[in-house]
Design a protein around this ligand. Sequence first.
Ligand code: HSE
Length: 446
Amino acid sequence: MKGDHLNSPKPEVLRVGICGLGTVGGGTLNLLTSNQQLIARRVGMPIEVVNVATRTLDPAKVAGVARSGTDPFAVVKDPEVDLIVETIGGFDPAFEVVKQALANGKHVVTANKALIAEHGNELFAVADENNVSLAYESSVAGGIPVIKALREGLAGNKIDWLAGIINGTGNFILSEMSAHKRQFADVLQQAQEMGYAEADPTFDVEGIDAAHKLTIMGSIAFGMPLRFSSTYTEGISKITPEDISYAKELGYVIKHLGIARRTDAGIEMRVHPTLVSKSRLLAKINGVGNAVMVYGDAVGSTLYNGPGAGAEATASAVVADIIDLARHQMAGATKPVYPGLGYRELDDNLQVMNIDAIESEYYLRILAADKVGVMAKISNVLQDHGIGIDAVIQKEAESESVPIVILTHLAIEAQMNKAIAALESLSDVTGSIMRIRLEPFHGQKI
Ligand code: HSE
């Protein structure tokens, strides 16, 4: 019978099967083993890994596990497994592994942000039909318990804004480029060697990984279905050392932020390089560190910071989910305590706005002819489009051109696009204009 063992009033042990023994799966097995007694005391029963599937079986890695093999579906079908940990990553076979496990009445803990962001709506429905949980704390911000913060700790708040550094690899690259003037490719290679980067590192540097994580956090914050395809995604590969140093001169740090914001016009969900005032706590998060700021109407500004990637940090979050589910079993819960996104009822009417409709401040880097009157022409174009200037720096001429850096007041993106097109058509402006959004933090105190 489905979930028979778990539905007995007093299970004596929680039997775990792990599918995928890479960085996160291996870290999870190690942590469950090294902290076994402590965890058993916290839960009130032992948690035991009884079956493991891994692409290449290394006997040393699975010593002490009763059963092991290369087929994840054998773990899913194992009647002696109560809970599946999916740490394979990607969609194939991870999607079927998770779906079948849920359909077989087993709880699933996954670290797979792509799977949750892109297929979570369907998978949560399967979990719901089968009265089991699909838990995914480790899918966002590695070891930082930000899903629990949003879904549990802040459950009494209306959340209108959150922003975070949610890709460790990207933050590591920007931090190193900024502190040591290192080259992008060189730092990326180091991040790959340290096990931070995705199998395809373009997911990190082009913002797809962060968009997966933002999609998940935004849905929990606002209570809407997951809408990954509507999340705007822009990477960091076009950021130059010059932009980093002009931003510094103006009092800003360039971070790759994921921003989710509820406005009267709709929901903003966007990942892009962003100027952050150096006085903000987020500006001080360096290396592989992640941090998420959330504003709740009751609590005010909050910040969650810690390691966003790596075997042990991510395993910490996987094991926390396993412990949660073990505790629910110990308490005799026959239905999941938390629905997938933390709401019994999601708001289907909430729609994500097109990037053209969002409102932001902007950094513009313009290369212009070194002639009298150029600055006046540029400011006239901005003024004609209703865009106010907040700060300007003009550098020494580079040959016949001079870099002009402008910070603007708030503007609608579509209007900024028109202004940029008009500026680029000026005969005194050379090449394309670099535009980086600047986050005003909308009343945040930290
Ligand atoms: N590649 C991801 C990162 C791993 O660098 O943040 C954690 O999701």
